[in-house]
Design a binder for this molecule. Structure first.
Ligand code: FES
Length: 340
């Protein structure tokens, strides 16, 4: 049995199959709603149920509170229609028309970037290209219906090889493979591009980008895209890691700062080791952002990294004047992981 779903603000209509979530049905019909984790963890897909009945599915309290649900909110990556629906949801027109495909690819190179970070370089079959927006991610498809999500670290204009930054998680299903048995020429399959984390280009507001660990990957893609397309908005990258040995490719943002007067770069170490001899910024990355920008009312903030960093940053930037709708984030939740 199918159900009809109408988005009130745009009038867009589509149908959902039995047990299909609102988000999956929308994407299947080429309607892109805001989303990130697809797992009920991040809250990006939150919208309003205007009329109709849904099964709310499984989700984390931090993604949607009981009060929000009581006031009509729903997480559309989890919500399954039980009747025809009218909803209010954020639609992302920039991602519309970009097909989400399943594609084979070959591992061309494995480069150890840091003690626990590997760069995987993937090549598509001859003549194939992946259309994507800088900042989006792909799902690597594994046996047993398992999948692991990784942001693309390359910008769309430089797509001869697709780069992923994979952090080694001990016992991790895919990252374990990457750090032990994977070899050049191995074949993989992925689905993508996914997510709605990308630079909103219809704005000239100053941009703050915040990366935690391998959250640098989508930020790198966004910045390389912005430099290549001549975007001249003021952009300030804050990249937080624990100690010096966790930094990788950090000569890149340093070079960007020399080349582009509108780009600034701040590295922040939360637990530098004594042998690091670190004279740069220390502490949590969100604290560095707030110390430098106590009034964020004119900014846009783009953040990518582990959930604790995203949660701390969200609270801090909203408390310092950033409007909710100018915070874009990619939280490495269970389904959208930095590597397990
Ligand atoms: Fe729905 Fe994250 S909670 S996309």
């Amino acid at each position: 049995m199918t159900h009809k779903i109408r988005i009130q603000s745009s009038g867009h209509e589509f149908t959902a199959n039995e047990k299909e979530t609102v988000l999956a049905a929308a994407l299947r019909h080429g309607v892109t709603l805001a989303y990130s984790c697809r797992n009920g963890d991040c809250g990006t897909c939150k919208g309003k149920l205007i009329s109709g009945k849904i099964d709310y599915g499984r989700y984390e309290a931090k993604a949607m509170s009981d009060e929000e649900r009581g006031a009509g909110a729903a997480l559309f990556c989890q919500a399954v229609p039980l009747s025809d629906l009218v909803i209010d949801a954020r639609e992302i027109s920039a991602a519309e028309g970009i097909p989400i495909r399943i594609m084979p690819c070959r591992v061309m190179k494995l480069d150890r970037l840091a003690h626990d970070v590997m760069q995987l370089s993937l090549k598509l079959a001859e003549g194939q290209r992946l259309q994507f927006l800088a900042g989006q991610y792909i799902d690597i498809l594994l046996s047993g219906n398992q999948r692991r999500s990784f942001s693309l670290a390359t910008a769309p204009h430089a797509d001869e090889l697709l780069h992923l930054h994979i952090r080694h998680v001990p016992g991790g299903l895919f990252s374990g493979q990457v750090f032990t048995t994977m070899k050049e020429r191995d074949l993989l399959r992925f689905q993508g591009p996914l997510g709605t984390f990308f630079l909103r280009e219809d704005s000239d507001r100053p941009v703050i980008l915040v990366a935690g660990g391998t959250g640098f990957a989508p930020i790198k893609s966004i910045l390389e895209h912005a430099f290549a397309t001549g975007i001249k908005r003021t952009m300030h990258l804050y990249w937080g890691v624990r100690a010096q040995r966790d930094l990788y490719l950090h000569n890149l943002p340093q070079a960007w700062a020399r080349e582009h007067a509108h780009f600034h770069n701040t590295l922040v170490l939360s637990e530098p080791l004594s042998e690091d001899d670190w004279s740069g910024r220390r502490g949590w990355v969100h604290e560095a952002v707030i110390a430098d920008h106590p009034d964020l009312s004119r900014h846009e903030v783009y953040a990518s990294g582990p959930p604790p960093m995203i949660e701390a940053l969200k609270k801090a930037v909203i408390a310092h004047g950033l409007p909710n709708d100018r915070l874009y984030y990619d939280s490495f939740e269970h389904a959208h992981t930095s590597g397990t």
